[in-house]
Ligand binder design. Structure first.
Ligand SMILES: [Zn+2]
Length: 80
């Protein structure tokens, strides 16, 4: 069996159970700060580590790229 798929709901660091939640993601594009709110994430109930899936990572990247184009020094966006 695929080890990765089997352990998908468990934290790879401590083996704790991951729970769905939301986080605020801060990115430094080199000229300021981009804050992305309402990012869906899986949070480990044991060590508190946050895990973002591929789909979320992609939309996060898209949001950051849009903010980057504006060249704003400080931009707060809510994940679309
Ligand atoms: Zn953990």
């Amino acid at each position: 069996m695929n080890k990765l798929a089997k352990n998908k709901k468990l934290c790879p660091i401590c083996g704790g159970v991951k729970k769905a939640g939301k986080t605020t993601y801060t990115v430094d594009p080199g000229f300021g700060v981009i804050v992305v709110r309402d990012v869906p994430t899986m949070i480990c109930s044991q060590c508190g580590e946050e895990w973002i899936d591929d789909t979320t990572a992609k939309s996060l990247e898209k949001n950051v790229n849009e903010a980057r184009k504006k060249k704003a020094q400080f931009e707060v966006v809510t994940l679309k």
